[in-house]
Design a protein around this ligand. Structure first.
Ligand SMILES: Cc1cc2nc3c(=O)[nH]c(=O)nc-3n(C[C@H](O)[C@H](O)[C@H](O)COP(=O)(O)OP(=O)(O)OC[C@H]3O[C@@H](n4cnc5c(N)ncnc54)[C@H](O)[C@@H]3O)c2cc1C
Length: 385
């Protein structure tokens, strides 16, 4: 059995970041991946342009039982470190929004740079790890009927969403076998199926404000044939939606005031034409329900009902289905950070066992925060393993 200093399970964003650090430290490293190419989620990230980091990366953009866990890694590997790394690898970046960086030449250059940094390590593809056991201070990693041996192991198996790229829950099983708690996973950064709007509005995109708990998210919402999607909904989906969400489809206007004003000043207009001053025509028609009465003939209570649907549609959690594990960018949940050191990423229950990336119960907001977490936690694990 070949002996390594460190075995990394998962050659994705976090695993390859850790590999690069370990190679720099002169360690004998083996990275095992179940797929036949490295970092497949990185390769498709950001619509192929890889939203690599975000200058706003701080604890407020992360979710899980203990988001404070990210502080240790983020204080040592910040967005500027990632920009410098890109600069070293001549990866050209552009800001789609202030502070939100994408790769001009596509995500492939990021994968190439990760592999370049990992040169010197053994990387074995098509090796699906089944288990990790510990014997006399050594870890035995079993994959494809072969056993590999190391002083330390880094589990970087990622999340279980977007299964077409090849994912597994083995990271959770390994953690559990060493006594770690697993927070049940659910889709996040995804659309929501709901009965609230029906399919008539499918394809329309509008700027909205979504209130989740006490937080207000301003971004675009896309109506779909099954419910709602788009960045505003993706961002809501990673948050705690157990008390439902409230959508303001026209954040710039008080619709009740606007309709009352029109009723007083221009009572002969129909409601659809008034609404279409504020919203796309199809949405205006949808909410007016083809009612062609003059606005003057509408009771205030009827106006109030329409205005409230536009300014504050409440969707109960029972009418929201996160849609779905196959298409979600990430999961919420994973290995609890409770028994893991935020300074080193090492297990407090089993010395020598480390975790990094999305396999942990750390979920980032839309905007490059998940990859940033993978880079930061991977590098830290690689420094201490
Ligand atoms: C479509 C899409 C777009 C995204 N876009 C962005 C974006 O632009 N910006 C951003 O910040 N985030 C984005 N994300 C999220 C981001 O890609 C992930 O959060 C990040 O890749 C997680 O890194 P990781 O190393 O923890 O896991 P991964 O990158 O998923 O790597 C895990 C690796 O572990 C391997 N593995 C799993 N199980 C086993 C096993 N049993 N044996 C061996 N190997 C195993 C997998 O094959 C994989 O290579 C996107 C995700 C998706 C799906």
């Amino acid at each position: 059995m070949k002996q390594y200093d460190v075995i990394i399970i998962g050659a994705g964003a976090a695993g390859l970041s850790a590999t690069g650090e370990l190679v720099t430290r002169g360690k004998r490293v083996l990275a095992l991946d179940m797929g036949n190419t490295p970092a497949r989620k990185v390769a498709v990230s950001g619509g192929g342009k890889c939203n690599i980091t975000n200058m706003a990366a701080d604890v407020t953009r992360y979710f899980g039982e203990n988001p404070n866990f990210v502080r240790g890694a983020l204080s040592r590997i910040g967005p500027t470190d990632i920009l410098q790394w890109c600069n070293r690898h001549k990866i050209k970046l552009y800001e789609k929004e202030p502070g939100r960086y994408f790769c001009t030449d596509g995500a492939g250059v990021v994968v190439d740079a990760l592999i370049h940094d990992a040169m010197g390590a053994d990387i074995k593809y098509n090796h699906a790890v089944e288990s990790v056991t510990r014997h006399d201070d050594q870890f035995i990693v079993a994959a494809n009927g072969t056993k590999f041996c190391a002083n330390s192991v880094i589990v970087a198996t990622g999340g279980t969403s977007f299964g077409t790229l090849g994912v597994s829950d083995v990271g959770y099983k390994i953690a559990k076998s060493f006594g770690h708690k697993i927070i049940p996973v659910r889709p996040a950064l995804c659309a929501m199926a709901t009965s609230m709007f029906g399919p008539d509005l499918a394809g329309i995109s509008v700027p909205v404000e979504i209130t989740v708990a006490r937080e207000k998210i301003q971004d675009n919402l896309l109506f779909t044939h099954f419910g709602i999607g788009g960045p505003a909904v993706y961002r809501a989906s990673v948050r705690d939606i157990s008390n439902g969400i409230t959508i303001n489809l026209c954040p710039g206007a008080d619709m009740f005031g606007a309709l009352k004003n029109a009723k007083q000043k221009n009572g002969k207009r129909n409601i659809s034409s008034i609404l279409s001053e504020y919203l796309p025509v199809r949405i205006a028609k949808y909410f007016s329900n083809n009612d062609v009465r003059n606005i003057a003939d509408w009771r205030d209570s009827e106006i109030r009902a329409i205005a409230d649907r536009i300014n504050k549609t409440q969707i109960q959690s029972s009418d929201i289905k996160l849609y779905n594990m196959q298409s979600a960018e990430i999961v919420r949940g994973g290995i609890s950070t409770e028994h893991i050191s935020s300074k080193t990423m090492e297990s407090k229950l089993c010395p020598g066992l480390f975790f990094a990336g999305e396999v942990l119960d750390i979920s980032g907001d839309l905007g490059g925060f998940n990859l940033h977490w993978a880079w930061a936690s991977g590098r830290i694990a690689g420094r201490y393993a």
